[in-house]
Design a protein. Structure first.
Length: 122
């Protein structure tokens, strides 16, 4: 049993070589709409969603961050980019720099106790 991102497993799932038990996101995937979420399968609130984003060094001027974010949003609105991401079983979900920072903070708060309990160094 593994938790995996979609790109390396989607083809094998669709071919029946792997049996997916559930999505670790809070909503079903468009690539596998018949696959329930782990939340739906009986573990309420479970979420371990993989996110991608861009980071810049601390102190990067706000206008530079805004321009990078605008360019990223433009790319993620491109039909070609959307189609390529969808072929990997993912969906673009652009946010603001502030929203992405909040996502990172939430994940740190959620997973820090798990890392500590597992005895991993900080």
């Amino acid at each position: 049993m593994i938790f995996s991102s979609m790109p390396p497993t989607l083809g094998s799932i669709k071919e029946g070589k792997l049996h997916a038990l559930g999505m670790a996101t809070l909503k079903r995937s468009r690539a596998l709409p018949e696959l329930p979420t782990i939340d739906e399968a009986g573990l309420p609130g479970f979420e371990a969603e993989q996110r991608y984003g861009l980071l810049a060094p601390a102190g990067t001027p706000a206008p530079v961050i805004a321009r990078l974010n605008a360019s990223l949003r433009e790319a993620l609105a491109s039909p070609e980019v959307v189609a390529r991401i969808a072929s990997d079983g993912a969906e673009p979900a652009p946010t603001s720099p502030q929203e992405y920072a909040q996502d990172i903070d939430r994940d740190e708060m959620k997973w820090a106790p798990v890392v500590l309990e597992a005895g991993q160094p900080q």
